[in-house]
Design a protein around this ligand. Structure first.
Ligand code: HAM
Length: 415
């Protein structure tokens, strides 16, 4: 039997209501913060990601699904959306008509990672990007939106960690200090971190290896290297978070795995997830418009992993209870009456009732069994007697009470 690709999951009918519930919350909460939906293609020219995420990141180095199409173009299935949203915002000149463009998205993303709990090769993200605003108020509002979304879906046990990577100058000054420190402790570092020390030294900071964590214990903190502008930006973000009651933990080692960040970076973590504990994260990215060839525009955004949100809801036993898929089941006396039951079903569906009928000419008993399986609230019986008398028997499945009505009364019957 042909199986799905490793790390790619089928969304089965029984979980569709959970996905629809989440999507409706993404829509509702984003609207409250003035974000509109944006949909971009699931593939882009490879260059979009190479120029934005960073050549030395795991995503670009190891995880992208890249192929050459029949026209000889290098194409990549999007591993994330920030770069693609910026590409689309530039291409459609959205910032020329409005000083601020705030968009949200939801859809599939692709990374060639080793699949495990909470880590897939095709996964889904919900994300929000605020483009055109440099003020720390934008960062705080973006974080507030993420927190409001978590609350709206029922996740209130999580940790928000936050850091500032400062402006470019602060970051360069810090990098020098860090590289000096790491070189003095090179023998204590893992092989991966030794390599990163050469290619991308900041990434050594968020190594999960115990020996790296130990070696980093005395490392300089980026927060001590922030210049006045960077410090003021970060302090204002924190001040707003304090005033709106969002709790956070300042974590100087948080750098995140994509190279486009500056100033505020943040991540939401949940212990319900096990080792892949990040349910979402983001930060400020002021250089991306220029990196993609446009006039500079300061931005901030985040994305959450939807499968991870579902895992947390599962662990907290907070998955929304599925709604019964059937309001009315029409039990009919077989093939001869199927056209009448189809007509009744259509009538009721026009009243927005969810209606199922028997499509197999099954026995009455089997049809009642099916009505029970579907948790139908009402059953309409259309047997020989009913057809002969122009009546319908309606059974309320919650208390087994039964009434007989004439067919003409169906329109006004309250289900
Ligand atoms: P990211 O941290 O790479 O950031 O991904 C965001 C979230 O996507 C993660 O916290 C995680 O929940 C989920 N995720 C990532 N990879 C996988 C995977 N293989 N399987 C399941 N879930 C996964 C970004 O993608 C940035 N674009 C976020 C951002 C938006 N920054 C600014 N704006």
């Amino acid at each position: 039997m042909i199986q799905a690709i490793k790390g790619a999951k089928d969304m089965l009918p029984e979980s569709s209501q959970v996905w629809q519930f989440l999507e409706s919350k993404f829509r509702e909460v984003s609207a409250l913060y003035g974000y509109s939906e944006m949909r971009t293609p699931i593939f882009e020219k490879t260059e979009v990601f190479h120029r934005s995420i960073g050549e030395e990141t795991d995503i670009v180095n190891k995880e992208m699904y890249t192929f050459t199409d029949k026209g000889g173009e290098s194409i990549t299935l999007r591993p994330e959306n920030t770069a693609a949203i910026v590409r689309a915002t530039i291409q459609n000149s959205l910032l020329q008509n409005s000083p601020l463009v705030k968009v949200w998205y939801f859809g599939p993303f692709f990374r060639y990672e080793r699949p495990q709990k909470g880590r897939l090769r095709q996964f889904h993200q919900f994300g929000c990007e605020c483009m055109g605003g440099a003020a720390p108020e934008c960062d705080a509002e973006n974080i507030a939106l993420a927190a409001a979304l978590l609350k709206a879906i029922g996740i209130d046990e999580y940790k928000l960690i936050i850091n500032s990577l400062g402006n470019e100058e602060s970051r360069e000054n810090y990098k020098k200090l860090l590289v000096d420190y790491l070189n003095a402790h090179i023998d204590e570092l893992s092989e991966d971190s030794k390599r990163r020390l050469e290619s991308n030294p900041l990434r050594v900071l968020d190594s999960k290896e115990e020996r790296d964590k130990k070696a980093l214990e005395g490392a300089p903190s980026i927060l001590d290297c922030l210049d006045e502008e960077s410090k003021a930006h970060f302090e204002k973000v924190l001040k707003i978070l304090d005033s709106i009651g969002i709790k956070y933990a300042i974590t100087p080692n948080l750098v995140r795995g994509l190279d486009y960040y500056c100033h505020t970076v943040y991540e939401f973590q949940s212990s319900a997830l096990g080792s892949q504990d990040s349910l979402g994260g983001g930060g400020r990215y002021n250089g991306l418009f220029e990196q993609l060839g446009a006039k500079a525009a300061p931005c901030v955004g985040f994305a959450m992993g939807v499968e991870r949100l579902i895992l947390i809801l599962e662990a907290l036993d907070k998955l929304p209870k599925p709604e019964p898929a059937c309001d009315v089941y029409i039990v009919n006396g077989g093939e001869n009456f199927s056209h009448i039951s189809a007509e009744l079903a259509e009538k009721l569906r026009r009243r927005n009732l969810k209606v199922s009928t028997d499509l197999f000419s099954r026995s009455f008993k089997a049809q009642f069994r099916e009505a029970n399986r579907l948790q139908a609230k009402f059953v309409i019986v259309l047997g020989e007697d009913e057809v002969a008398n122009g009546t319908l028997t309606i059974k309320n499945m919650s208390d087994s009470s039964q009434v007989s009505i004439s067919v003409s009364e169906l329109d006004s019957f309250q289900f």
